[in-house]
Design a protein around this ligand. Structure first.
Ligand SMILES: [Zn+2]
Length: 317
């Protein structure tokens, strides 16, 4: 290299380095994988797996009814311009196909994170539904799959696969984060198993909607809810009757409630029976205040366990 060319190259390099400085910061931000997660558990899982390599936003605003959400056209546009869209399944987000269709000619990857999870049919306790038939697309199952912590691990795997698909360079980073988070889910599962093993009461009497069947099944508990999975449905009179009767029989009666669905019904049952109300969070009902406080899925599940142990009179391990 002649000295003239070398000098020119040096000047060029210096100039580009100088001019790239602010651009580098900008591109570091720009290089993050843009992820939209439909509901809170996915939003929180995506943050855990993606860490600093992703920019995650939650599609459904805090404080909305996740089961009866009406997707707005501008939200579709927003989602298809991102890299990854995470949803649970078509039972939870019945509108997900609208995004998938609109994204056909884009680079957005849709990840059905509930793929490969164990599904529970909506049973006789949740009337008007028939058991799952895998042959039929129209078969209905309980969408709250994240409340089984083995399913939650499968969801983490699917999210990780999606991120790696779009950003293979950071594959190890995502895999490590996923491994770390799954170990926390395993620990949580153990804590639940131990904490709910020897309770005096074995029935969760829930004045909210049908959301905790996965959790109840996993820890060998019975579950009665006042509402079906559809939050807009009428309360189920026979379930409320059973709940009131069972609550009255309990020595120290407790009824579980949720913030979003019919806290009034829970209050009425409490007044009728003298029961104390205990909160359970299903993961998808998140308030603006929760988001502001920076709650995590694991926090919510820890709080649920404490309330379950109190409500079911379980010995403290
Ligand atoms: Zn729900």
């Amino acid at each position: 290299m002649s000295s003239k060319i070398f000098a020119a190259a040096l000047i060029f390099l210096t100039l580009t380095t100088l001019s790239c400085k602010p651009a580098e910061n900008f591109s570091a931000q720009e290089n993050k994988l843009k992820v939209v997660a439909s509901i809170f558990p996915l939003y929180d899982f995506a943050r855990a797996v993606g860490g600093e390599k992703v920019a995650v936003s939650m599609l459904l605003p805090a404080g909305t009814d996740a089961h009866n959400y009406e997707l707005k056209p501008d939200e579709i546009v927003k989602v298809i311009n991102t890299d990854v869209f995470l949803f649970i399944n078509f039972e939870m987000e019945h509108w997900a196909h609208k995004i998938i269709t609109a994204a056909e000619k884009t680079n957005m990857l849709a990840v059905e994170t509930g793929k490969g999870t164990i599904l529970l049919p909506l049973t006789a306790s949740e009337p008007h539904d028939s058991p799952i038939n895998h042959e039929q697309q129209t078969s209905r199952f309980d969408p709250h799959i994240w409340l089984d912590f083995t399913n939650a691990q499968k969801i983490i795997d699917n999210i990780t696969e999606g991120f790696i698909n779009k950003d293979p360079e950071n594959s190890d980073y995502y895999k490590n984060n996923a491994r770390e988070y799954k170990s926390r889910l395993i620990a949580l599962d153990k804590k639940y198993r131990k904490g709910l093993a020897k309770c005096q009461s074995t029935t969760i009497l829930h004045a909210g909607h049908w959301a905790f069947a996965y959790l109840a099944k996993r820890y060998k508990l019975k579950y009665i809810a006042a509402y079906s999975t559809s939050a807009e449905a009428e309360p189920l009179p026979e379930n409320i009757f059973t709940m009131v009767e069972q609550t009255k029989k309990m020595k120290t009666p407790y009824v579980f409630y949720e913030d979003f669905i019919a806290p009034r019904l829970a209050k009425t049952i409490a007044e009728e029976t003298g029961a104390e109300l205990l909160k359970l969070n299903n993961g998808h009902d998140i308030s603006k205040n929760d988001i502001k406080k920076g709650v995590t899925f694991l926090n919510l599940m820890e709080e649920n366990l404490l309330n379950l142990q109190k409500g079911l009179s379980c010995p403290q391990p």
